[in-house]
Each structure stands twice: as C-alpha cells, then as structure tokens.
Design a protein around this ligand. Sequence first.
Ligand SMILES: *Cc1c(COP(=O)(O)O)cnc(C)c1O
Length: 368
Amino acid sequence: MIRPFNFSAGPATLPEEVLRHAAAEMLDWHGSGMSVMEMSHRGKEFLSIYENAEADFRELMAVPPHFKILFMQGGGLAENAIVPLNLSRGACADFVVSGSWSDKSQKEARKYCDVQIAASNQSSSHTGLPPPASWKIRRHASYVHVCTNETIHGVEFQELPDLKALGSDAPLVIDFSSHVASRPVNWSKVGLAFGGAQKNLGPAGVTLVVVREDLLGHALPACPSAFDYKTVADSQSMYNTPPTYAIYVAGLTFQWLKRQKEGEFEGIAAMEQRNIVKAQMLYDAIDHSQLYVNKINRDCRSRMNVPFFLRDESRNEAFLTGANARGLLQLKGHKSVGGMRASIYNAMPLAGVEALIGYMREFEQKKA
Ligand SMILES: *Cc1c(COP(=O)(O)O)cnc(C)c1O
C-alpha cells in the first residue's frame, strides 16, 4: 500500500518505518509476551525503552549533561502553566509575542506571575519577528519566553536570541513544539525548552521538557507535585505513570532520526539539510506562482509550517478536494488564519513536497 502524503500540523505524519516497527511489535515486544501498552512502567522491559529513548534524544540533540530531559504530560498548553509554576518564583516573566502560541503562553502565565510583553509583532499581523535588540526585558525577569516556531502563523526564529548579549541574565524558555529535532539547538542560550511530541517526534500524549539543572527546585507551593520539575526529574519521569506507549513510539522515532544521513551529515544535521531543501522548494513554488501567496518575511519563514493563500479564495474548496483526491491530505489552514497550510515536518519526504508542488502547478494552470 502506498500511503498518502499527510500535511497535518499535528498530530502529524510519522516515518512509515516507525509505524511498521511499532505495528510489528504490537502484540509481543521483544519476546516479552506483552505489548508495550501492557507493561509496568517500573519493569525492566519498559525501563530499557525509557532509558534508550532518553539517551538517544540526548545524543541526537546534543543535550549537555547539566540539563535534565523530562517526559511529561499535558502538552504545550499545560507547560504554559507548568513553566511559570516552576520558574517564576511568583515574580515576573517577560514574553515575546510572535503569533498565536506565544500569545496563549503569556495569557496563561498571568495566572501565576506578573507578565510583561517584551516585544510583539501583532501590529504586522505576525508576518515578521521583532528584532531581539528591540526587546524590553526587565532586569528582574525570572525568565523570558519565546515560541521559536509559530505553528499557526508560520514564523520561525532562524537563530535563538542571545539574552546575555541583550544584557539579561534571565533564562530563555523556548516552546519548540513544532520544530524540535528539525535543526540543532544551541543549548548555551537556553534555560528550558518544551514541546509536545505530536508535531515532529511521535504520538500525542508525551511532552518533552529539557531543563537546566539550576532551574529545578524553585516551584511555587501551589504547584502540583506531578508538575514540579524537580519531582519529575528526581523520579526519572516516573513520579506518576508516564505515557508509556507514546514514549516508546517517540523512542522509535529517535532511532529513525539517528539512522538518517545526507551527504556528510547525520541525524539532526541531516534532517536540517533536508528541511532546508524541502522548504526552499515549496516557498519558491509559491513565490513564482500567480495564484499562491505566502505573506511571511523571507528571513523568518518557517521550515516546518508553510501557510499560503489562494489569491482567488473562491477556489479554496476545489483546491482541497483535488488535493485529497491525489492523496495530499490535511492542507486546510488553521481556522484563525484561513487559506492553506502545508506542514512539512521531518517525516514528510521530499517526494511529498514534490507531489504537492506538482499538484499546485496543475491546479493553477487549469483555470488560466
Ligand atoms: C501544538 C502546539 C502547542 C500545543 O500543544 P498541545 O499538545 O495541544 O498542548 C503549543 N505550542 C506550539 C508551538 C504548538 O505548535
């Protein structure tokens, strides 16, 4: 069976090899007689799955030893509360609003601390990023929050801001939900990173948190124990039952990522090379067409989520129906933005992007 190409923003397409591997082991994991779903999270079988997943992620993403990797639940939206519960110390936190997700984050944090918008691109409808030199960061900010890839608006930081260079000692918190593992992370600039797995790593249900050790142990008294990063870190993410099956599938994806090669590049670096090529092809096709348009400044266009519009919006439904008929799925844009959105995560092969571009050209010419 040839599977269609799935451009969903999330939960999103996974590598076919990963799905086949999980399917083959569904009833009996490694001769244990059990599905991964049926195992004790404290048994040796699951512990080996967990430890491999953590070690593989650490290796892939070059996470330094003074950072903890936590596998949590609640997704990115729960982290919008869990981060201020752990990091704000009830004081103040500063936010860069670059699209819907960072806007949601700052609104949620207001329940727990004093929030200030350090910068916003709302007046330009989130088509560009406010340059870090213009950010207003308070001297006593307990952290600065940035969403490094805005999944809905299609805006991505091509480089992490350097808060030290801006004169701030505050830890940088990044929501990297929708581009984790698509490019390397410069951990020297980061205090904490979080992301739900369902965009680029695995199934919904597990949230990855990478946190610098010195930020542990400062949770507000009201912080639920299951969401206290120190409690979670001290118990190897097993204070309560972790989302075992989601961790297992994410672990298979990490192994798949480790196997990827592109020229002299391996793993995440190989993915980054491919992601650059895929995104460039799609943006070029949009920019060179008369029908399609992407409104994001070129220097901050997302490699992962490519929103675009038909200049003749009356053709939207026909575009989507034709796409579905050709096995190009879930291209409808987010309801708050409209138009179309092609999410081209790690697991989207080049052939999928080529098929989409081929269809877009054919559709454009049909009416001309
Ligand atoms: C999807 C997404 C979220 C929300 O994740 P949930 O798992 O639904 O809570 C948060 N931030 C970004 C950038 C996202 O893409």
